[in-house]
Ligand binder design. Structure first.
Ligand code: GCO
Ligand code: MG
Length: 402
């Protein structure tokens, strides 16, 4: 089999998605997601201008060699744009392989290690009471694991909290909006939120929280310590992770489990975190983690250190990535949990798929390949619209992590 053609589709059914379609001389095609929120066209150009010409004529079954060719070949390594482009190719090739062999991708990765994947959803509200109302709503929908984010008294907006009715969508059309941030009120409020959540919903439901890189290591240590009585499933992105050893400080102070990695793009962002056991969950997903080929190696490395997976799954990665994560999570032994932020009806219509949600678990389906498609006609009705993530400033105007 040979790759004969590859095209990049950029569509915006509510938000922007970059999809690579690789076609072969046997009529089989595969899809890969290359969406990088707020920097979509950079990946599209990387694919169209630099990658696609190099893969035409290659054997799509050679996922390992093609990955190495795209990673080592250009000399310049790593980075979110490069790795999202490599991931788009890699995932599309696994899709082709599955379709050609007439089997779901999880069978090519080791087969089923479990039937369904425990997922967590997002509950949020403008304050503690509204956030808890949303938790109750998600328990009614069947979720067994719930991430809770709440507005903080005195702050006009905060990460993870929807501005109006409807879910929280990280990306806004137009130029980046600005939010104001203060750590102290946040640190005082969050333990109260989880105390109330445990009081109201008991111990059975798994509770999670995302700090979204906003704390210093010692502030994160304090929060982790104060959250210990409420037995969180995890505290996510407590501090930025460019310096991996910052997590040592947090780890030495608290038994609250730690998750990190949604912005990582290779194992070299996480190898110290994993081998020192400074974290419990690694959050990379296929699109930003170099595809199925690289993510499988990361999971196998992590399994040596009892670190489990917790793939990123926001609405800014496409249903192609959600399908890839579900096949991957079905197969690896050290699966931990999968994030589930349901896509809009418009997005689901552009990407018809076989995966399903039921009673707190997701299932990849048993269609050959990834079991997800792209309706190109419908996609063409949603042209790209420039959008950015917000930026964050402290109350005195200092730019800080969003
Ligand atoms: C999460 C994330 C997202 C990110 C978004 C940025 O845990 O799901 O933190 O909400 O903010 O993916 O593009
Ligand atoms: Mg996050």
């Amino acid at each position: 089999m040979k790759i004969t053609r590859a095209t990049v589709n950029v569509t915006s059914p509510g938000r922007n998605f970059v999809t690579l379609k690789i076609e072969t001389d046997e009529g089989i095609y595969g899809l890969g997601d290359g969406t990088l929120n707020g920097r979509e066209l950079a990946v599209a150009s990387y694919l169209t201008d630099h990658v696609i010409p190099c893969i035409i004529g290659r054997d799509p079954f050679q996922t390992e060699d093609i990955w190495q060719y795209l990673y080592r070949g250009p000399y310049w390594r790593r980075g979110p744009v490069t790795m999202s482009a490599i991931a788009a190719v890699d995932v599309a090739l696994w899709d082709i392989k599955g379709k050609a062999l007439e089997t779901p991708v999880y069978n090519l990765l080791g087969g089923k290690s479990r039937e369904g994947l425990l997922v967590y959803c997002h509950a949020n509200g403008k304050d503690l009471d509204h956030a808890l109302e949303d938790v109750a709503h998600h328990i009614d929908l069947g979720y067994k694991a719930i991430r809770i984010q709440s507005g903080i008294p005195g702050l006009a907006s905060t990460y993870g909290v929807a501005k109006g009715p409807g879910g929280y969508e990280p990306a806004e059309r137009g130029l980046p909006s600005e939010a104001a941030w203060a750590t102290e009120p946040y640190l005082r409020y969050v333990p109260q939120l989880f105390a109330k959540a445990r009081e109201q919903f008991g111990e059975e439901v798994h509770l999670l929280h995302d700090c979204h890189h906003r704390l210093t290591p010692i502030e994160a240590a304090r929060l982790g310590k104060e959250l210990e009585p409420f037995h969180l499933f995890w505290m996510e992105d407590p501090t930025p992770a460019e310096l991996q050893e910052n997590f040592k400080t947090i780890r030495e102070h608290t038994t609250t489990p730690i998750a990190v990695g949604e912005v990582f793009n290779t194992i070299w962002d996480a190898h110290d975190l994993i081998r020192n056991r400074w974290i419990d969950y690694i959050r990379m997903t296929t699109v930003h983690g170099g595809g199925i080929t690289h993510l499988k190696k990361i999971a196998d490395f992590a399994s040596l250190y009892a670190v489990r997976t917790g793939c990123h799954g926001p609405t800014d990665v496409s249903p192609v990535s959600m399908a890839a994560a579900l096949h991957f999570g079905t197969a690896v032994n050290n699966f931990g949990i999968q994030e589930h932020m349901p896509h809009s009806a418009e997005t689901d219509a552009v990407f018809p798929h076989h995966y399903t949600f039921k009673d707190g678990f997701m299932y990849p389906g048993d269609a050959p390949g990834l079991g997800v498609d792209l309706d190109e006609k419908l996609a063409a009705t949603y042209p790209y619209q420039r959008a950015y993530l917000p930026i964050n400033r402290k109350l005195d105007g200092t730019l800080t992590d969003w």
